[in-house]
Design a protein around this ligand. Structure first.
Ligand code: GLY
Length: 428
């Protein structure tokens, strides 16, 4: 008899098979198993994916973008659920998530940055969000390591953080405790029988049968063979490079909250963890499947972070890494049932995968049990795009329909010069 967590998969069947063991796949599997569904995950290395790279900001307010008010509602709802979600996971597994309520300070270094931040402040207020404008002096009083040139900033105490690697570990443990079966192999092809998804064929030739299949493979979600063209999710990889430094105890507290800014048109953020890690991110590059850490990417991150917090040059550089966000045409996730019976999506979370983990798990469990998304997730129905990414039931924002590509002009273009691409492309 195979162990529950390392099953042989020659002829397994389950109520729910989740393709992808990143945080979105794991939370979906955990919540499904909690609802009494026999659940399996297929992934050669569960606990991997973009969460190994992500900084873990829970920042619906400072990451608000024009045209994304509908997404804001989902982001705020997930942020609201985070304290209970983290407490439940920790109580169940004994693993902390590094959840910190220390807040975020978004600052401006010159007049252009300040004008841009003022626009964000206006948008936040129009969206009913409570944020506080501070002078440069007030910013430096809060964070003495900030550069003397900081002109002003926005204090957002409600934008928190967690450690995504610890989240992965806790979700893996929660899944195992809930009886989720792990098949450590690639899913190669969706199995469709008649007009229904019925499982997958794995890379070693095995078959995994399931009553429902949830495609939660992050940036790879559009690449699974066998998915009928009309339901292939319009997900593309958006590369993010991140640098990790360590704050030695003699420098602590170096920063007491997340600090972020727009520098030369690109966004940079510094996320200080309780354990001394300082995460600096992130590039945003439309360069296909490339996950190379480049000298240019690291240079720009460190250069811009240094303009903000000059003291970072004293800190040990401990890690550089690149990952792929699952981008969608409207930057919002694809959730729930598709037009192919038996196939659901939990993908396309782009910049918000860590933030949206609690609400995604709840929404998918609800959809698996009832056949429908809960009200808060309905604007993000998987069926809102046709396969080519054009709108079917596209999200309509209060101010009109949103752009097809809100990032256009800010993302790096394939083939653009390296420096130009990265500068244009830091969009977080
Ligand atoms: N949400 C941060 C990022 O995607 O870089």
């Amino acid at each position: 008899m195979p162990s529950r967590s390392h099953a042989s998969h020659a002829s397994c069947t389950s109520d729910v098979l989740v393709i992808g063991g990143g945080i979105i796949g794991l939370v979906t599997a955990w919540r499904a198993a909690q609802r009494g569904l026999g659940t399996a995950v297929v992934d050669p290395a569960p606990g991997g994916g973009a969460a190994r790279v992500a900084a873990g900001m829970l920042a619906p307010v400072t990451e608000l973008h024009t045209g994304e008010q509908t997404l804001l509602a989902l982001n705020l709802e997930s942020a609201r659920r985070y304290p209970d979600f983290a407490a439940e996971l920790t109580e169940l597994t004994g693993h902390g998530l590094g959840y910190r309520r220390s807040g975020t300070l978004a600052v401006a270094l010159d007049a252009d940055d300040r004008a841009q931040l003022r626009e964000l402040h206006l948008l936040q207020r129009q969206s009913g969000l409570d944020t506080e404008w501070l002078s440069g002096r007030e910013c430096r009083r809060l964070e003495p390591m900030l550069a003397p040139g900081v002109r002003g900033g926005l204090r957002v105490d409600g934008d928190h953080q967690i450690d995504p690697r610890r989240l992965s570990t806790a979700l893996l443990a929660a899944c195992e405790r809930a009886g989720v079966v792990f098949h450590r192999v690639w899913a190669e092809r969706l199995r469709v029988t008649g007009d229904r998804a019925t499982g997958v064929v794995t890379a070693d030739g095995g078959e995994l049968g399931a009553d429902r299949v949830v495609l939660a493979a992050g940036s790879r979600s559009g690449r699974l063979a066998g998915v009928p063209g009309a339901v292939v999710p319009p997900v593309r990889p958006v590369k993010g490079q991140v640098v990790r430094l360590t704050v030695p105890p003699r420098y602590a507290p170096f920063l007491s909250r997340t600090v972020r800014a727009v520098v030369r048109g690109g966004q940079v953020y510094l996320v200080p963890r309780e354990n001394g890690e300082l995460v600096i991110g992130a590039t945003s590059e439309d360069l296909g499947w490339d996950t190379t850490v480049t000298a240019g990417g690291v240079y720009e991150l460190l250069r811009d972070a240094h303009e903000l917090v000059p003291g970072i040059t004293e800190l040990p550089l401990t890690e550089t890494r690149a990952g792929l966000r699952p981008g969608t045409p409207d930057n919002a996730p694809l959730l729930g049932p598709t037009a192919l019976p038996g196939l659901l999506l939990a993908t396309g979370h782009h910049r918000n995968g860590v933030l949206l983990t609690p609400v995604t798990g709840d929404a998918l469990a609800h959809a698996l049990v009832t056949g429908e998304l809960p009200p808060e997730a309905r604007p993000f129905a998987a069926s809102r795009f046709s396969a080519d990414g054009s709108a079917a039931g596209r999200i309509t924002e209060p101010g009109g329909e949103r752009n097809a590509e809100p990032d256009a002009g800010r993302n790096a273009r394939p083939g653009a010069g390296l420096g130009a691409g990265l500068s244009a492309g830091r969009n977080v």
